[in-house]
Design a protein around this ligand. Sequence first.
Ligand code: BGC
Length: 267
Amino acid sequence: MPVSLQGQVALITGASSGIGKATAFLMAERGAHVAINHFHDGANAKAVACEIAATGGQALVIDADVSDEAAVARMLAAVVERFGTLHILVNNAGIEQNAAFESMTLQQWQRVLDVNLTGQFLCARAAINEFLRRGPDEISVALGKIVCISSVHQTIPWARHANYAASKGGARLLVETLAQEFAGRRIRVNAVAPGAIRTHINRIAWETPDAMTKLLDMIPYGRIGETADIARTIAWLASDESDYVTGTTLVVDGGMSLFPSFAKGAG
Ligand code: BGC
């Protein structure tokens, strides 16, 4: 039986495409009311909301830059106004701006840290304040759940992606620290660390047969990940099924982080 999210309110950042979009669909299918955050991608976000509404679900579209404190405050206020409260935050919005380190601009460094790490901080803080304001209810066992989307690059160093890897390494300790700080108040905070998933962010790594062959060399399980692989993991971590899980990162990568080259190595 699929995990139920009946009646829970979920805010998913970066939900107009990729992993966020798949998560919005799955959570709505499992009974959640979903707030679909996007940043200036209104047409795609509205299409996600319309598809959810067409199957009887409830969805709200919110345009907000997650790294903008005032915009995040307005976003939470809009969720509470529409759905009454919030039970689940999926901190998914993330970007890459790759560059060789010696020529990486401060702007490239800053923007990636702003969206990927400060965005997770601002949204988590706003969500936690709403969980605490509302207090316990009948809808969910925990007071609230936060699932942060990290990456295998929270542990695997990644040349030409110093900004991205630093943001994901930071996200890991943000998650563990929040989990520690709020476990006593029954707020669970976990992370999902995807490997290579078929989305636009890494199109270059899979769109040609040549690139795909090189990519599969790094994935022992023998296939690229799909957004649904990650969405199912997020839905489980956000559900009461995982009620005793907090401060954990679930790595969902087909074995990419298992040092696959050692499988063929001598020694
Ligand atoms: C990145 C992808 C990359 C994957 C594995 C993800 O976090 O966003 O671009 O393909 O890690 O390296």
